[in-house]
Design a protein around this ligand. Structure first.
Ligand SMILES: Cc1ncc(COP(=O)(O)O)c(C=O)c1O
Length: 395
């Protein structure tokens, strides 16, 4: 108590911070279940499909070894970091040094949070897109930084307008978050945006944090790029990535931060005080997963694209003007006039038995939208859209 009472800022922040939306939603849905309401969940972005069978076999084999149950080093074995460098080379044609340019993470969320604690000081401004993945903001708030929101608007292709950031804000900014393919918008960024961003970051001495867990979940011909493809990006950028979405391994909590070695060292220093690394067999199985043929990822993306089309078609037949995303696990769906996104999502949950995420979970620019996830089999998605359509027509 004495420690906290000398730190009023911390107490104040903990008083205003709420439980993460999905933790709260689990409780609401559990209560509805006890009242006999069956709910189809299209809210969270947790892949329903399993990893490749050989990944699970690798995990089982490694777990059966008596010597695989102790603590691991925070850097994991070299083979795990080499699996990342191999995947970056194959997918993005980027060279990374496994000795200095990869730090294993317990999922990108953990890295996003801890990076914020490691580098943000109380006087720092942090540039955050709006809508945003909530941990960019929570990590900033808990580190005592000041968020400056960059609206992501349709007229700018859902990219932040760097020219609109006032110079006095950019001067005070310590880091900038970007996330493409984007959650919740489903938008992608061209390499030219990353080139401009690297120039901007060099001019103002800002650390770029690029968050790309959806980079391998896409439906068109063009694979989304990595900022590491830009020459000189490593001078000013790190990138967060994981196997949660790309390899259907969300519950495994397995990822990495790559790029600028000095920043990664700072993150690693903090992590050695906060966690004790991964379960060794998970590192082995994840390394195997990263070496899988890209045809496996392609087939999985084809399944997602079929599901996406079912949702888009039924929304459009309701007259909803909705864009079909080219990447990510989400459809960003406009809602009728006269509703807040929170009230709309709650009414849909209680009256139609379909759970979606209110847009405002992702910030003020999410008002007027709900986010629909494609992480259910197509038969269940079709059933949910049937329920949702019947309910929508009664509004
Ligand atoms: C944009 C974004 N970043 C990070 C995460 C965290 O993913 P993980 O910690 O599973 O890698 C998510 C999860 O939904 C996300 O949407």
């Amino acid at each position: 108590m004495s420690l906290y009472s000398t730190n009023g800022r911390y107490l104040k922040i903990m008083a205003i911070i709420k439980k993460h939306f999905f933790a709260q939603l689990d409780e609401t849905i559990a209560t509805l279940k006890t009242e006999g309401v069956e709910v189809i969940r299209l809210d969270i972005g947790s892949p329903d499909l399993p990893p490749h069978p050989s990944v699970i076999e690798t995990l089982a084999r490694a777990s059966a070894r008596g010597d695989s149950h102790g603590y691991q080093s925070h850097l994991g074995p070299l083979s795990y970091r080499e699996a990342w460098t191999g995947m970056y080379k194959r997918v993005f044609n980027v060279d990374l040094d496994p000795a200095t340019e990869i730090v294993p993470l317990l999922g990108t969320k953990e890295g996003i949070y801890h990076l914020s604690q490691a580098v943000i000081k109380a006087s720092n401004v942090v540039l955050i897109p709006n809508p945003y993945y909530p941990t960019y903001l929570r990590g900033t708030e808990l580190a005592g930084g000041t968020p400056y929101f960059m609206p992501l608007l349709a007229e700018n292709g859902y990219l932040p307008n760097l020219d609109a950031i006032p110079a006095e804000i950019a001067d005070k900014a310590k880091l900038i978050w970007v996330n493409y393919p984007n959650n919740p918008l489903g938008a992608t960024a061209p390499l030219s945006f990353y080139e401009k961003l690297v120039r901007f970051a060099k001019k103002y001495n800002i650390l770029i944090c690029s968050d790309i867990p959806y980079a391998q979940v896409y439906f068109g011909e063009d694979a989304p790029p990595s900022i590491m493809q830009v020459e000189g990006a490593k001078d000013v950028a790190i990138e967060f990535n994981s196997l949660s979405k790309s390899h259907n391994m969300a519950g495994w909590r397995i990822g990495a931060a790559v790029g600028n070695s000095a920043v990664l060292n700072t993150l690693l220093k903090l992590k050695t005080n906060a966690d004790s690394g991964h379960f060794g067999p998970i590192l082995e199985a994840a390394s195997h997963a990263m070496g899988l043929e890209s045809s496996w990822i392609q087939e999985r993306n084809d399944i997602y694209s079929e599901r996406r089309d079912i949702i888009i078609e039924s929304l459009r037949s309701l007259g909803v003007d909705v864009a079909s995303p080219q990447a990510s696990l989400y459809i960003w769906c406009p809602i009728p006039e006269g509703w807040t996104s929170e009230k709309f999502a709650l009414a849909m949950l209680k009256e139609a038995g379909v759970s979606v995420a209110p847009g405002t979970v992702f910030g003020s620019k999410g008002e007027g939208f709900v986010r629909i996830s494609i992480t259910q089999p197509k038969e269940i998605i079709a059933e949910a859209m049937d329920k949702l359509s019947k309910w929508w027509k009664t509004l």
